[in-house]
Design a protein around this ligand. Structure first.
Ligand code: HEC
Length: 131
């Protein structure tokens, strides 16, 4: 084997493992919130809690307009106390379902995913507990 064939061989031996390693690295950066990628993923509506399920939804989609006593429509979704009021008077479910007679929420954005709506309904039907 002369000097030139070694030079030609080395890149192949090095580049291939590097590509494989790189593809794994890129995969780990892949956006993979399962629920948002695959709408067919079974929707879990058991063990829905205010702190783990409902509050994060409000934080992402609602508190920008509904925080404190001055929240839009006088509705405060940043606290359990405020959220439980609209949960128990039926306005929360009506609004996220876009049911007639209610102002559709979140205002100015697309309707929440069906699974999220079902989780809100499950929490409300369980009596909107502070869990
Ligand atoms: C861009 C601002 C904005 C966002 C975001 C928003 N709301 Fe509202 N919301 C309002 C306004 C303004 C009203 C009062 C509308 C009215 O009285 O007709 C309101 C009213 C409501 C009502 C009362 C509806 C009724 O018919 O009585 C509920 C319940 C509600 N919002 C829940 C939510 C929930 C839950 C989210 C998040 C998923 C959300 N809102 C996101 C602005 C917003």
């Amino acid at each position: 084997m002369n000097r030139f064939s070694i030079v030609k061989l080395v890149p192949k031996a090095v580049v291939l493992p590097m590509l494989i390693a790189l593809s794994f690295t890129l995969q780990s950066c892949y956006y993979d919130v399962e629920e948002e990628l695959y709408q067919n993923t079974p929707c879990v509506t058991e063990n829905v809690t205010f702190s783990q399920t409902i509050q994060p939804v409000f934080k992402r989609n609602c508190v920008v307009c509904h925080t404190g006593a001055a929240g839009n429509g006088g509705i405060d979704l940043a606290s359990y106390a405020g959220a439980s009021v609209v949960a128990k008077n039926g306005r929360l479910v009506g609004a996220v379902l876009h049911a007639s007679g209610f102002t559709p929420m979140p205002q100015g954005a697309s309707q929440l995913p069906a699974c999220t709506i079902n989780q809100i309904k499950a929490w409300v039907e369980a009596g909107a507990p502070n869990n």
